[in-house]
Design a protein around this ligand. Structure first.
Ligand code: GLC
Length: 440
């Protein structure tokens, strides 16, 4: 019987909850068709139309050190790269297949170079690994929920040995855990289906898999998608952790409206994974990038709700992160240079969201994130005057004095900060006040 050790668990996720901000990288053969990472499935593309991309793949510009510098400059503390996505193409030198980057023209172990480069910049490193595999002959094809050949009776499943696929999948995960040094995160993706088509939990031989991973990589953090996907939360949320429970819940393309608590009302560890445009993998026509100011506020929103943000980039077929993404990362980094103290190691403030922005907290320090100014003095929502020890502009350290005049006297229960005569906040995106509380 599996015994969940909460003390061990909370120690394991400590750095991760401190880090708050990471880079997701979706990259592979699908960057060549450039219509997103699901192109084989969405277009029901037969493998013979996809394999030429294997012969063509040659990312001559791949420079993971540049990627790592961009992530670090943006204030990201960890990064997760797809080692194998649903198409089955491996960005690492697996002994179990030739459908891998070291057998393409580039001949490079892309995962190893990624890990070396990001570790060298001091970031924690993770690998995404797809449980699905549309290349492997033993993975269900016809009538599977997602397989490109799901509607092709000629691709029936007679003779397919799913257990042989699981041996392959477990073998590859073992390779990643044994051959690439210390991994900080394993990001499995994803479980789906119900009843006889249930591809969840022990269908993956999940207990065996996670037991192996934790033996080989003690302290590693694993996501919740051996149980669910972006939909669903998993057994940790149920308050009945399975042996293969996720260490964090992975809401996708959404920030949970009220943050996330487990069924017993206990804070849950969660990470919102979000694309910069609308695709994980490179998509040439998708120029709908979220502006940096929006993403800065979304990062603050995640932290204010006790979560992390894993922000995705989708490099192109030559190995370049799109220029729009680099510009967004640079703008986020400029804000983080002055304000990261209000993100790292911060979490929920225990104060309802105020009108003008959001609040993050670290111990007895509250960070009031001002997305807009007020008319006159700034109310410090949720505080009493006697609680406030000091208020400072976070970016400069300059003192802010509390306001008190005939204007604010009408509201004796509200603490106001005097932001001075300028009605325009110094940072048009998010101006942060650092409020130190007196010891209770
Ligand atoms: C979904 C998508 C997958 C992507 C993942 C990232 O599962 O199907 O392509 O890698 O989200 O969270």
């Amino acid at each position: 019987m599996y015994q969940f050790n909460r003390e061990e668990y909370e120690k394991r996720i400590e750095w991760y909850q401190e880090a708050r901000f990471g880079m997701f990288i979706h990259w592979g053969l699908y960057a060549i068709p450039a219509r997103g990472e699901w192109v084989r499935s969405t277009e029901q593309m037969p493998e013979e139309e996809y394999l030429p991309f294997f012969d063509e793949f040659n990312p001559v510009d791949y420079d993971p050190k540049a990627w790592a510098r961009a992530a670090k400059a943006a204030g990201m503390k960890y990064a997760v790269l797809t080692s194998k996505h649903h198409d089955g193409f491996c960005l690492f030198d697996s002994a179990l297949t030739d459908f891998k980057s070291t057998k393409t023209q580039c001949g490079r172990d892309l995962v190893r170079e990624f890990l070396d480069a990001f570790r060298a910049e001091g970031l924690k490193v993770g690998l995404y690994y797809s449980l699905l595999d549309w290349h492997h002959p033993d993975y269900p094809h016809y009538k599977d929920q997602n397989h490109p050949m799901r509607n092709h009776p000629e691709c029936g499943n007679e003779g397919r040995d799913f257990n042989r696929y699981l041996d392959y999948m477990h073998g590859q995960v073992r390779e990643l855990c044994e051959n690439y040094g210390k991994l900080d995160i394993l990001w499995f993706d994803f479980s789906y289906g119900e009843g006889e088509n249930c591809m969840r939990g022990e269908t993956w031989r999940a207990t065996e898999l996670v037991t192996m991973v934790r033996e080989l990589q003690p302290g590693i953090i694993i996501d919740n998608r051996l149980e669910v996907s972006g939909e669903g939360f998993g057994s940790l949320w149920e308050g009945d952790p399975k042996p293969y429970h996720g260490d964090f819940v992975s809401p996708e393309q959404i920030i949970p409206p009220g943050g996330l608590l487990d069924k017993n009302g206990r804070d849950l560890c969660w990470e919102a994974c979000v694309t910069m445009n609308n695709n994980w993998g490179y998509c040439a026509l998708d120029r709908f990038f979220k502006p940096a100011p929006m993403l800065i506020k979304k990062l603050v929103e995640c932290v204010s709700k006790g979560g992390n943000l894993l922000l995705n980039v989708g490099p192109d077929a030559k190995g370049n992160i799109p220029a729009e993404s680099l510009e967004i990362l640079s703008e986020i980094g400029a804000w983080m240079d002055k304000n990261s103290e209000s993100v790292y190691g911060c979490g929920k403030a225990g104060i309802p969201k105020p009108d003008m922005g959001r609040i993050t907290r670290k111990g007895n320090i509250l960070y009031y994130h001002l997305f807009e100014n007020t008319i006159g003095a700034m109310p410090l929502a949720g505080l009493r005057k006697e609680q406030v020890k000091a208020v400072r502009w976070l970016a400069t350290g300059a003192e802010i004095r509390l306001a008190g005049s005939w204007i604010t006297d009408n509201y004796p229960d509200v603490v106001f900060a005097d932001l001075g005569p300028d009605p325009v906040l110094s940072d048009p995106v998010d101006t942060v006040l650092k409020v130190e509380l007196r010891d209770e």
